[in-house]
Design a protein. Sequence first.
Length: 289
Amino acid sequence: MPTSVAADLSFELDRPGQPPVRGHLTGSANRLTLDVDEPGAFAGSGDAGVVRAAGAALAARGLTVRVVSGDLHLITLGAVRVPWWQRRVTRSRHIRLGSVRGAWTAARSRAGGAESVLPDAAMLPPTTLWPIVPTFVRPVRRSPTTTHDPARGGSPRLVLEKERLWAGERQPVYWLEGDRTTIGSGPDCDVRLPGLLDLHAVVRHDDDDEFVVLSRGGLTRVHGAAVTGRQVLRTGARLEVGEHVLAFYREEHADHGRPHGGRIGGELGRQLPQDPRPSHRGPEDPPDL
């Protein structure tokens, strides 16, 4: 994969007894342009080995560097297409000579005694290791656990469904904060709804951290099935009491549905079996007082 870079770098290289060489490196992705103020400092027959090494190193990373001096194209290094006759001259597939005018200007500058400041190819960044083993992280195998919440949390609540909500109106929410929540039309009920028995149903929070509903004589259904004993509520359960519909919600980290988090379904229909949690109830449920 080609190396991708973004550059906007100005630099100045000092030379003993001579004026400094200034340059500006710009570009993005894998194409860069190096603009130098003195072409002779970056070209010459004595630098052939360094230039070939730099071109090969740039090509290995998929980079292309076009060296110019003002409007003169001096040389292009790296991942370039080189004519056969230039390969005969440079003895490299990664060096493309620039314009004739640029080469002549560089040669005249070197003839005037300009000292080369080409860096060694070792200054280029190292290639990415192959194969890319260090970049892969082995997946950590974790044993699934149950979702028992020692804080008995998860914000359990009942939300009353309404056929019509007026602008700004919200659905009534009944928070299940205690161990026993009563539903009915009596004045002492926690959830008071018209048309129900004085005590229609009870939602209990048992010692197994489950919320269960028990009917107290009134018509009570969960997902359309009549409640005859105790029915465990899972998040999203539809609880019908008389003509009213309540939805039970509890955060999945505290709900105990499958698989290991309260949601029934998913995983393309395949669910891992969850180990049974230890029960804290006796052989029979305590009386609901």
